[in-house]
Design a protein around this ligand. Structure first.
Ligand code: SF4
Ligand code: MG
Length: 313
């Protein structure tokens, strides 16, 4: 992903000036085959928009996305169909993304048929095996989405994503709507499936503990930008960016009795009005005059550890 931007235009009536929301503002990073890249940030930081722009579900304003070396904006119809198969997305609300009028079996069989995954006579057993693989009974094939619990519905969504034998799955708050105990089960399922099918995940979540649990690398977003990107252990143990430090200081830690929580002043500024220079300067405890003017680049502070702060080192 190279220089990815997604801006939205707002308003613009007769006497009103158009306003621009910079939801995703110049993201550059890569996802390695076989890894889980966690993306964290508070709501509104642009992480979901990033996921959708990356898949071209929302056309990026600018920037390039390469998949297996190819610029996906340049793909022809056939290549695009392969991309739509190779990259799947799982959303937070499985109920909204499942057709209520179709049985799970019909829904999954249709997808398997569209992408010609297995011959017609094998489709039903293929789908039933998948349902068992995600921890449901083969009988789930005959049921409708409303007959399942939230956790089970998310398992159906996972089966649907898996049905086309994808390579990369984008999980956008995929466990956020579930009870904590169910969350753990679904996360373990995702881990198991990843190993078995050699999948790659982009795991988008506001939940820092969940992201820590599942990720190999973690990117932190603030107001449309990636402010830190590093291996999971490195970023959780030694966050280099003041925003990450504050964010992570809020994670309850059972090993430390009196962990100091860094309180940030004020709220996240509106993406309609992104601060000059370092966009975190309005809330940063370490901000200087220089920070108000110059925007820091995302640069290496040590091996495999990038941060966008003038003073990160
Ligand atoms: Fe804070 Fe300045 Fe670093 Fe931005 S560049 S995070 S304002 S110290
Ligand atoms: Mg979101």
């Amino acid at each position: 992903i190279k220089g990815l931007k997604k801006y939205f235009e707002l308003g613009g009536g007769l006497f009103k000036q158009k306003q621009q929301v910079k939801a995703v503002d110049d993201l550059t990073f890569n996802v390695k085959k076989g890894e889980t890249l966690g993306i964290v940030g508070e709501s509104g930081c642009g992480k979901s928009t990033m996921g959708r722009a990356l898949l071209q579900l929302q056309k990026p304003t600018s920037g390039e996305v390469y998949y297996e070396g190819q610029d996906i904006a340049q793909l022809n119809g056939k290549q695009l169909r392969k991309l739509r198969k190779d990259i799947q997305i799982i959303f937070q609300d499985p109920f909204a993304s499942l057709n209520p009028r179709m049985t799970v079996g019909a829904m999954l069989t249709e997808i398997v048929a569209t992408h010609e995954i297995v011959p017609k006579k094998e489709r039903q057993s293929y789908v039933q095996n998948l349902l068992e693989e995600v921890g449901l009974k083969a009988e789930a094939y005959w049921k409708y989405p409303h007959e399942f619990s939230g956790g089970q519905r998310q398992r159906v969504s996972i089966a649907r994503a898996l049905a086309v034998q994808p390579k990369l799955i984008i999980c956008d708050e995929a466990v956020s709507a579930l009870d904590v105990s169910v969350q753990a089960q679904v996360l373990n399922l995702l881990q198991k499936l990843k190993r078995k099918h050699q999948l790659t995940y982009i795991f988008i979540s506001h939940d820092l503990s969940v992201v820590k649990h599942i990720s190999d690398r973690v990117g932190v977003m603030y107001l449309g930008k990636m402010v830190e990107l590093a291996d999971e252990d490195s970023i959780y143990e030694n966050p280099a960016h003041p925003y990450t430090q504050a964010l992570f200081s809020a994670i309850p830690d059972i090993t430390e009795d009196h962990k100091e929580r860094i309180q940030l002043k004020g709220d996240v500024p509106s993406p309609l009005n992104v601060p000059t220079g370092c966009r975190f300067h309005t809330r940063c405890p370490l901000a200087t005059e220089y920070c108000k003017q110059a925007e820091p680049a995302l640069e290496e502070v040590k091996e495999h550890h990038l941060a966008a702060c003038h003073y990160a080192e």
